[in-house]
Design a protein around this ligand. Sequence first.
Ligand code: GDP
Length: 453
Amino acid sequence: MSSIAAVCTPNASGGVAIVRISGEDALTIADRVFNPVSEKKLSDMKGYRAAYGKIHDGETVLDEGVAIVYRAPHSYTGENVAEICCHGGLFVTKRLLRAVLSAGAVPAEAGEFTRRAFLNGRMDLSEAEAVMNVISAQGEQALAAANATLSGSVSRAVGNIADSLTNAAAGLAVWTDYPDEDVPAVSEQTLLDTMQTAKENLFTLIARYDSGRAVTEGISAVICGKPNVGKSTLMNLLTGRQRSIVTSVAGTTRDIIEETVRVGEIVLRLADTAGLRVTDDEVEEIGVAMAREKMNEAALLLAVFDSSVPLDDEDRRLLEVCRDRTSVAIINKSDLPTAIDLQEIENSIPHTCFISAKNQESAQTFAATLAEVLGTNAFDANGEVLAGERQRQCCANAADHLTQGIFALQNGETLDAVGVCIDSALSELFALTGQKVSEAVVNEVFAKFCVGK
Ligand code: GDP
């Protein structure tokens, strides 16, 4: 495999820049552009040693700097690696890279160093994905979560789930393949317990990822409800300023107004929408259509109701939409006498929050409900946090296969059928860690990386 090289510091001027070379010939390539003052060649040095010297391209001296030597397998990629640190000017860095490429390296593709680390068994796929999260972390919790994943917390958690399923699958296979042998019968109860526990553990991983995302990246939320229930007033309460137009004329908010707000620990990417109602006004109708689209896309629905009037058909339609979604019922205008049927709301939306959006203190009541709904009050960034949507999808798919397996077992289908579901769940878990994964998936994972990582 050829040796690769790239600038692994940002494409901007700075104090120092680093060109990294990785591959079997990395050190001899580095020898061709770097002369240590000690006159001992980099390729003769031990791993984890650094040398000070001159950087050159043929006869032309480009800079002076430091080169660090890593020897396979004790490097990031698991290969021989040289890192040449020069002054951090854009031009000098480019010239150094060009010299390294002329000396025999080929340009690294996006994520290729980490890809090689994965292929050489230095890290599994879940850890490789966490590398990008460490780089893009914007706050303490995001960084702690990415570091926990990088050090293998997700791999271990998923590995434990996979081990329990592998044992169950092995027991099943022996029993179904050698029915005449004297093999102990598979206990259906044990099988059921194994699948149920695995499924619960997967749900815990998914829930923790979702709460983590609310804290680190923020989640998209839509304020929805029929006109005049107080959506704009709520938006203004949360953003702390007059952003939406508040009037007592129904249908005032026609566009979607978007804001990012912090509610306690949680970042909400919040949209206030046109009131949901059937209307003859063409412009308002477009607003209502946009509102419905936003609601489909959002991760969280904040459904607002007016507590001073009984529920009507429009409210009931909204309750129906919220039934299967992550949602909070905000029962507004608590300062007025209550005429609404709270029980009917709770039947569809278990999480309710009784507030007066006109009152500043309501923001805290809302924050507490939100933290409870999203589970962020119990979020532990040092636990296992999946590093991205791909990993979440693998867990969700595995849980689906287990649901089918549990259904099959409870409905008296053959153990073969149950075994197929367990195998499918295992394939998803192996795809998550990269133990068994198609090249297309690996390509997709590393395509999101930057060059130099
Ligand atoms: P939207 O159409 O759902 O955006 O509703 P608005 O926010 O424009 O509010 C409609 C009307 O209800 C306005 O007159 C608000 O002042 C009023 N309103 C909003 N929240 C409250 C509240 O908590 N208590 C009372 N009494 N009135 C409110």
